[in-house]
Design a protein around this ligand. Structure first.
Ligand SMILES: [Zn+2]
Length: 319
């Protein structure tokens, strides 16, 4: 049976960089990007050119990546401007990446309260933004902000938003649990419903960790059809963080049910690089490595005597 391809998207340098107290220099960003490239993640989101001067400079400098696709982040065009005349979109086009990831609203409440525009205007902004990048030969991803809350409140409109991107050529529709409040069974139900409208091979998940479920929610989304996972090194991210790719990547190798079904670009021999990635980030942030992190922590796979160790000694499958 041929395996299904699962794509890993790292946003340490964009969403992770929005964490309070975190600021990466261009040199540090370059180091992190090269570590992720050696690991073999599919996409590296480098930042928000145009919104942040050091990000603009980072993109201008360019990176010679071997395995990963460098991706620029931005937001949908403003109401009242054409896509061609929107400075935010121009900054993304000028960032010279093959791929762009653009965030937009999919919750009618936020369209009204945060943007102060009509639902139709928001749909038009998504549609025109998508068309603009597709016309400029960019691989286009649409980050549907607060998708799970939006879908709960108004499923019809939330679907219209993502369809506006997909039907105009978006390669990926990324369902974002922006405030991290969604639980795994809700992710399962929603992704199953959404994949009736948009093929799972075009769906991604971007989960925050406010209920401690970002990794579980990412896996639940994949089990329900999604084929791209967004996350960060060590789960770095604002508030309680993003999905921790250092936990997700090994899980897709080590758990047979997942490794039998899915294939990721990170080869088994490169798995050891996840510890290096994890430590590199700690070093840059001047943080002491967390011994108790799954897979990469010094205490992972070590046992103190007790019930569990006695079970492992009897049968290593109990690990
Ligand atoms: Zn986020």
């Amino acid at each position: 049976m041929s395996k299904e391809r699962l794509y890993i998207f790292d946003t340490t340098l964009r969403d992770g960089a929005q964490t309070q107290g975190v600021h990466f220099s261009i040199d540090e960003k370059t180091k992190i990007a090269h570590a992720l490239d050696s690991l073999g993640v599919d996409y590296i989101e480098g930042g928000w050119p145009g919104a942040n001067p050091s990000d603009t400079e980072f993109f201008q400098k360019g990176l010679n990546l071997k395995n990963s696709i460098f991706t620029a982040f931005g937001m949908t065009k403003k109401t009242g401007r054409s896509a061609e005349n929107d400075p935010g979109l121009s900054a993304l086009i000028n960032s010279n990446t093959n791929s762009v990831c653009v965030v937009g609203k999919s919750w009618d409440f936020h369209v009204d309260v945060a943007l102060g525009i009509s639902n139709e205007e928001n749909l038009e902004n998504i549609k025109e933004t998508t068309k603009h990048f597709v016309k400029n030969n960019k691989e286009f991803m649409f980050d549907a902000e607060h998708f799970f809350d939006g879908y709960k409140a108004n499923p019809k409109y939330a679907l219209e938003c993502i369809k506006a991107a997909y039907e105009n050529g978006a390669k990926w529709i990324v369902l974002c649990d922006t405030n991290g409040g969604t639980l795994p069974h809700e992710v399962t139900d929603t992704v199953k419903e959404v994949s009736k409208h948009i093929p799972g091979e075009n769906l991604g998940i971007h989960a925050h960790n406010d209920t401690g479920n970002a990794v579980a929610n990412s896996i639940a989304a994949v089990m329900s059809g999604a084929r791209q996972i967004q996350g960060t090194i060590n789960g770095l991210g604002e508030r309680c963080g993003n999905a921790n790719l250092m936990s997700i990547i090994p899980t897709f190798h080590l758990k047979k049910e997942l490794s039998d079904k899915f294939e990721i670009n990170i080869k088994e021999k490169n798995i050891k690089h996840i510890t290096q990635c994890s430590r590199l980030l700690d070093e840059i942030l001047n943080r002491k490595p967390n011994k108790h992190l799954p897979y990469v922590g010094a205490a992972a796979f070590s046992h103190k005597g007790g019930l569990h160790v006695s079970a492992v000694q009897k049968d290593p499958k109990n690990l």
